[in-house]
Design a protein around this ligand. Structure first.
Ligand SMILES: Nc1ncnc2c1ncn2[C@@H]1O[C@H](COP(=O)(O)OP(=O)(O)O)[C@@H](O)[C@H]1O
Ligand SMILES: O=c1ccn([C@@H]2O[C@H](COP(=O)(O)OP(=O)(O)O)[C@@H](O)[C@H]2O)c(=O)[nH]1
Length: 306
């Protein structure tokens, strides 16, 4: 199934009305100062190697694998449904799994948080009269179904994975144990974090930021559904919205840009974790994001560019 392509709605800086942009900020060579070097990672045989040896350690127990880059990938739950409706479209999940498998085979360590927007969003159920905390728990449980779907298709691609949930469900997944998650990653397994933070009033964006920090990922890659970056206003509502190439954390907060929630942005700002917002369903975009190619919008402390 062909993946959807992102259409550019890029306009010029002159279209920006709310606040003038800082000028003269040079574009970085890479999206972030990544240790990801393709020649080096060929030494890391990724999932294949760990299948054969069960470990990436040498005889002394030290790692013989050069650091290939560890990334937190936040996947839009809505994207999992295909057309933005309810449930999971297996073709879409398989396509995403293929892309993740390719970067893992290339040596990247990948952890994943998936949203639950294709099942329930607590805030939306609250508007319809439900208790917020209870509907948030429904939302968290929804994310676990997405995790299992992704795990299934990763296995079909020959990539080992583990689901770890913040709400214990021993028959379905491991509990969230950060050091164990890191060990899985080092062994070339994809770790999929389910059930958000396990707490109502939080989001999967915030979960992705927190888990990224805890596992020491070098960037948070936010794959969005139907939008190819951060705009000065919601591009679905405003066809004249202007896309940013780069944004400072503070700009996202000051302009109240809704592409990720403020708690997640604040957490990343306070810990200098770069966020790349990109269109998830454009073919090859996950690999481009991992390689640090200039796609989407980079949210960091390195300046704002439209
Ligand atoms: N400033 C903005 N820039 C980009 N997208 C925005 C912005 N404000 C609101 N949006 C909307 O946010 C949506 C993506 O956020 P959300 O629905 O939370 O993500 P997900 O795809 O992870 O479910 C986009 O589809 C877009 O319509
Ligand atoms: O730590 C968390 C993570 C998620 N949720 C609930 O799970 C839903 C689905 O997650 P999210 O809206 O972040 O999914 P996305 O929009 O990214 O698909 C949220 O609306 C919340 O109701 C929560 O309560 N706590």
């Amino acid at each position: 199934m062909p993946l959807g392509t992102a259409t550019s709605r890029r306009r010029t800086t002159a279209d920006l009305t709310r606040r003038p942009l800082p000028t003269g900020t040079p574009a970085p060579e890479r999206q972030w100062p990544s240790s990801y070097v393709h020649e080096e990672i060929s030494m890391n045989k990724g999932a294949d190697a760990t299948k054969a040896t069960g470990d990436n350690s040498d005889h002394d127990g030290k790692h013989d694998v050069k650091k290939a880059g560890r990334f937190m990938l936040k996947l839009s739950g809505e994207a999992f449904s295909g057309g933005g409706g309810l449930g999971v479209d297996p073709d879409v999940v398989h396509a995403i799994a293929r892309e993740i498998a390719a970067v893992v085979r290339d040596g990247a360590e990948v952890a994943v948080v998936i949203g639950g927007g294709n099942f329930f969003r607590g805030a939306e159920l609250q508007v319809r009269g439900m208790d917020r905390a209870r509907s948030d728990y429904m939302g968290m449980l929804g994310t676990v179904m997405n995790c299992l779907a992704l795990q299934d298709f990763l296995e079909k691609e020959g990539i080992d994975s583990r689901v770890q949930t913040a709400i214990t469900m021993a028959q379905v997944a491991e509990p969230y144990i950060p050091l164990r998650a890191v060990r899985h990653l080092e062994k070339g397994r994809v770790v999929i974090f389910g059930a958000g933070m396990g707490m109502p009033y939080f989001s999967t964006d915030t979960t992705a930021a927190q888990r990224a920090l805890e596992i020491q990922a070098e960037a948070l890659l936010m794959g969005k559904n139907g939008v190819d970056g951060v705009y000065d206003s919601d591009p679905k509502a405003n066809p004249d919205a202007v896309k940013f190439d780069a944004l400072e954390y503070g700009e996202v907060l000051a302009r109240d840009l809704k592409v990720a929630d403020a708690t997640a942005i604040t957490l990343c700002r306070d810990n200098a974790l770069p966020i790349l917002v990109f269109e998830l369903l454009a073919e090859g975009n996950i690999a481009r994001a991992v390689k640090g190619e200039k796609i989407g919008t980079l949210v960091s402390d390195e300046g704002t560019r439209a």
